[in-house]
Design a protein around this ligand. Structure first.
Ligand SMILES: *Cc1c(COP(=O)(O)O)cnc(C)c1O
Length: 425
């Protein structure tokens, strides 16, 4: 074996010589427009959104941008993140104590937390080879108590929405899209979030674009919107022009103008970020498509994928581990479910308070209000564990240049060929 093909795990030189830029997105691009926008709000001193009129309110303008982008009639900005947008969406849909909501076993734990916050019981379903909710598993999870489905567009990739919407229509269920990881993605031309009855976006630090913290709920349904808006601020009817609002206790999930200004400036960056992440994803995918021992993650609409994750499957989990370690040695940070330093709260078996049905309420609510016995255990979703166990993922970034992609592609090919030659893949 020549030194150039000797794997780095065997003492060879690593394939990547240029350090790769980080994997965050919008937050890395914060610059003058964001600083200007936030400073302007500070100078104005009206940080509370409802003291500004519709034209000048940053929060209103952020909502307008989401309405324009998604084509939905209503948008509600929330200050507390995608979790709060999901909570408002569920409340908007009239979902409450004991109602069952189907979610994938691979999503950030916040999806389950949002259900529990409104008293609903999260029912876990399998993921498919796109790492998103498997419609076949959803169908099996439906009971007379099911009220909603939350498909999650994981790691930038759209879920199988036609199949999920079809199931929902047949069983009279609501569909709340969790778009926290796929802001700006589309599904056969429709912006994600606008494919179901409502969509919840996150503007948290790690997402495509950020407001520091924050989120947006969108919907076409006036009832969902008004109930969601009351949940986000039970004084809503006082700020609004018309008086036809429901009235019940809410929280304070209002967006503040500083965050909204930051979010607005970031929103303008979204097309540029997506253009570059998608170009990188296509380049890397093309250059590694011929590798026989790795099968690519499927996608329900590749043209709508945000391009932030390159993911493949090895034949089994030992192969995936070997591949991942060898690739890391070549200088390519990558992840399998095995090399996480801390339990990965994106995988259901690490959702400790769900697995153990723990709650803040002394009575054990809402688990005590389930309408049938509900049990969780770490092995309950074998297809999800098998799929994730074989998966190797690389987070892509808008700052990678063609040279980075080329080096990463070379590293992947080198490790593939090296491990395949000795039957370790
Ligand atoms: C980040 C995230 C959330 C929660 O968003 P926050 O803004 O952190 O509240 C929900 N679902 C998914 C899939 C996420 O990645």
């Amino acid at each position: 074996m020549t030194t150039t093909t000797q794997l780095a795990i065997d003492g060879g030189p690593s394939a990547v010589t240029d350090p790769l830029p980080g994997t965050l997105h919008g937050v890395l691009d914060i610059g003058e427009p964001e600083i200007e926008a936030v400073t302007a709000v500070l100078r104005r001193k009206t940080i509370f959104r409802f003291l500004n009129d519709r034209q000048t309110s940053e929060s209103c303008r952020l909502e307008d941008r989401y309405r324009e982008w998604t084509g939905r009639r209503h948008a509600l900005a929330v200050g507390g993140g995608g979790t709060c947008a999901l909570i408002c969406g569920l409340v908007g849909m009239g979902i409450g104590t004991g109602d069952e909501v189907i979610i994938p076993g691979y999503t950030y734990i916040a999806t389950a937390a949002a259900c529990l916050s409104v008293g609903a019981i999260p029912i876990l379903a399998e993921i498919d080879q796109s790492l998103t909710l498997d419609p076949a598993s959803v169908e099996k999870a439906i009971t007379p108590h099911t009220r909603a489905i939350i498909p999650v567009h994981m790691r930038g990739c759209p879920a199988d929405m036609n199949a999920i919407n079809d199931i929902a229509a047949r069983h009279d269920l609501k569909v709340l899209e969790d778009v926290a990881q796929a802001n700006g993605g589309t599904y056969h031309g429709t912006p994600l979030g606008a494919v179901g009855h409502a969509g919840a976006f996150s503007l948290q630090h790690y997402k495509m674009i950020t407001a520091g913290e924050g989120g947006v709920l969108i919907t076409d349904d006036e009832d969902i919107f008004k109930r969601a808006a009351i949940k986000h601020d039970s004084a809503m009817q006082f700020w609004a022009d018309d008086q036809t609002w429901p009235s019940f206790a809410g929280e304070n999930y209002r967006m503040c103008e500083l965050r909204a200004a930051l979010g607005l400036a970031q929103f303008d960056r979204l097309p540029g970020i997506l253009e570059r992440t998608r170009a990188n994803w296509h380049m890397l995918t093309e250059r590694t498509a011929h590798l026989e021992k790795l099968s690519p993650r499927t996608c329900h609409d590749p043209s709508g994928d945000c391009g932030i994750t390159w993911a493949v499957f090895a034949a089994d989990s030992p192969s995936a581990r070997r591949f991942s370690e060898a690739l890391a040695a070549e200088g390519v940070p990558n992840a399998t479910i095995f090399n996480k330093r801390i339990p990965d709260r994106h995988i259901y078996n690490a959702w400790d308070y769900v697995m153990e049905k723990r709650t803040s309420d002394p009575t054990g609510w809402p688990w005590t209000q389930a309408r049938r016995p509900i049990e969780y255990h770490p092995q309950m979703l074998p297809q999800t564990l098998n799929t994730l166990g074989r998966c190797i993922a690389i987070g892509l970034n808008q700052h990678w240049r063609e040279g980075h992609i080329q080096q990463v592609a070379e590293a992947i090919i080198k490790v593939h060929d090296g491990l395949a030659a000795r039957d370790e893949l």
